[in-house]
Design a protein around this ligand. Structure first.
Ligand SMILES: Cc1cc2nc3c(=O)[nH]c(=O)nc-3n(C[C@H](O)[C@H](O)[C@H](O)COP(=O)(O)OP(=O)(O)OC[C@H]3O[C@@H](n4cnc5c(N)ncnc54)[C@H](O)[C@@H]3O)c2cc1C
Length: 474
């Protein structure tokens, strides 16, 4: 079978060379938690075939990822169950090992001839890769799996707005939206007793502990993950569900996406792929490829690509190129200035972070959105905009507003702690935007009020459905 190209721009040899010892190609899966359309996995398979070595895929699991709780871990672990099943079908061994990546992979270094990984953008993900590089000695290759256009090809600086990054991305999109074929593994690692027992011995000699994905609650308990916010039943993690949602979106929404995407009062009016994209459970390249192949009007396809590629990759640009992307101090000077100048404006009431989290503002709309975020780990983009913009009304300083919004966002949303989280929270305070006519409290920041919600959907109908759902749960 012909194999498709993995573009050179996706591949970075962090350490080149050959290692004659080691006996295994190891793919340390981290950002791209999927088997379909995963160029790091495919590169690892091709390398294993070329070197005539068995391939092992390893996932390193810690219990204290910042701001993550059982809500996030359950979703992620559901995804790893899919990974395990799909890899087993391809004859590839998969181990979920408890511990930091650098410690784990450092201990396995003597058994590793080539280490492959994917690329992550947040500081913690970049630090993990640097630590792994320092803890190992053999060839190490990093593959960029989770953007359409490799980020270093787009720009080497922080972009100020969508308008500045758009042309730099769109000129490359066609070249990178290609189907990635899977390659069969010649040297099976599952089912080959010799390989299996050799690798199991390597794990036990290295004093490494694997978890069994049959009982996810037990895994969460064992890792000591924060219990709250708890798991949500309305979502299921994993690539199988991601592809089901993508199919439903293409059949039911894409043809009218440009108008439907604003309808917060309609269930499933957008793709709902953000949590799956966050965990790398679906490839953005694969999504664009499928969307383009569907017979939908081009303006709707273009509107979707604008969100999935331009806006999402603008967010990645921010977290990579701006060291203060996650704090008020990192906002553009005009935004900080206007908000500080308005911090003495009279507020109806000033609330603490805990009161905001409990939804105790004088505004029923805000409280209803907050309740949905707490209960379901997700809300519609239009409601996120209202939620994010209005918080300034009940906070005594813009710094407190920014910090609280980001904290609520990251702890409650299934798609929280993503580059999109930081870029969009910062957008509520002026990032990637321009000044508007000056108003009380928000200064020159772009307003977003209930008038906008009323224009875009049936606000009263949405509120009534939320009241109904609260009655059912109490
Ligand atoms: C205050 C606030 C907080 C937000 N927090 C997050 C967050 O924590 N995580 C997160 O992924 N998104 C966040 N967003 C952006 C956006 O609301 C979600 O990505 C979107 O609602 C997800 O729904 P969807 O997958 O159905 O989107 P669709 O409309 O189907 O869009 C497809 C994909 O495009 C991307 N996308 C859509 N809108 C944006 C945007 N404004 N910026 C960047 N990429 C976008 C997402 O990856 C999304 O999954 C936030 C927005 C605001 C205003």
């Amino acid at each position: 079978m012909a194999t498709s190209l993995i573009e050179d721009e996706r591949v970075r040899w962090r350490r080149d060379g050959e290692k004659s010892s080691g006996g295994h190609v190891v793919y340390w899966m981290q950002q791209a938690q999927r088997t379909q359309h995963n160029p790091a996995l495919e590169l690892a398979v091709r390398q294993a075939n070329e070197l005539a070595l068995p391939l092992v895929v390893v996932f390193c699991l810690i219990g204290d990822y910042p701001e993550a709780s059982a809500r996030h871990y359950r979703f992620m672990l559901q995804g790893l169950v899919d990974v395990e099943q799909h890899l087993a079908r391809r004859g590839i061994r998969f181990d979920v090992i408890v511990g930091e990546a650098a410690t784990t992979l450092g201990r396995l270094d003597a058994r590793t001839a080539l280490l492959v990984t994917d690329r992550g953008y947040l500081p913690i993900q970049r630090a993990w890769r640097d630590d792994v590089e320092a803890a190992t000695g053999g060839p190490l290759v990093e593959v960029e799996t989770d953007v359409v256009v490799p980020i270093d090809l787009v720009t080497d600086k922080m972009e100020t707005a969508a308008r500045t990054i758009r042309p730099k991305i769109t000129r490359h999109v066609d070249r990178f939206v290609v189907e990635l074929t899977t390659t069969a593994l010649d040297n099976h690692s599952v089912g080959s007793e010799a390989v299996d027992s050799d690798w199991s011995r390597a794990l036990s000699d290295s004093d490494l502990d694997c978890v069994d994905l049959d009982d996810l609650d037990a895994v969460i308990d064992r890792l000591g993950v924060a219990a709250e916010p708890g798991p949500v039943s309305s979502w299921r993690g994993g690539e199988n569900e991601a592809h089901r949602l993508l199919g439903a979106f293409i059949d039911g929404v894409l043809g009218d996406y440009e108008s439907l995407r604003n309808r917060y009062d309609v269930d499933h009016s957008s793709s709902r792929l953000s949590p799956y994209l966050h965990y790398g459970q679906i490839s953005p390249v694969d999504v664009v490829r499928r969307i383009r192949a569907a017979a939908a009007p081009s303006d709707h396809v273009a509107a979707f690509v604008e969100e999935l590629v331009v806006r999402r990759e603008l967010a990645i640009n921010l977290v990579v190129h701006h060291s203060d992307f996650d704090r008020f101090a990192g906002l553009p000077a005009w935004a900080k200035e206007t908000l500080r100048a308005r911090s003495e404006d009279e507020r109806e009431v000033v609330l603490t972070a805990a009161e905001l989290e409990a939804g105790e503002t004088p505004d029923e709309i805000w409280n209803a959105i907050m309740a949905q975020i707490r209960d379901e780990g997700w809300t519609h983009n239009q409601l996120r905009m209202y939620w994010g913009k209005q918080i300034l009304r009940w906070t005594n300083t813009p710094e407190h507003a920014f910090r609280t919004l980001l904290d609520l966002n990251n702890r409650h949303f299934l798609d929280g702690r993503d580059p999109n989280s930081y870029a969009n929270v910062a957008w509520c305070f002026g990032r990637h935007d321009q000044g508007f006519q000056e108003r009380d409290v928000i200064g020159k920041i772009r307003p977003f009020t209930d008038k906008a919600l009323k224009r875009k959907g049936d606000l009263e109908g949405w509120l009534e459905s939320r009241r109904e759902s609260n009655r059912e749960t109490t």
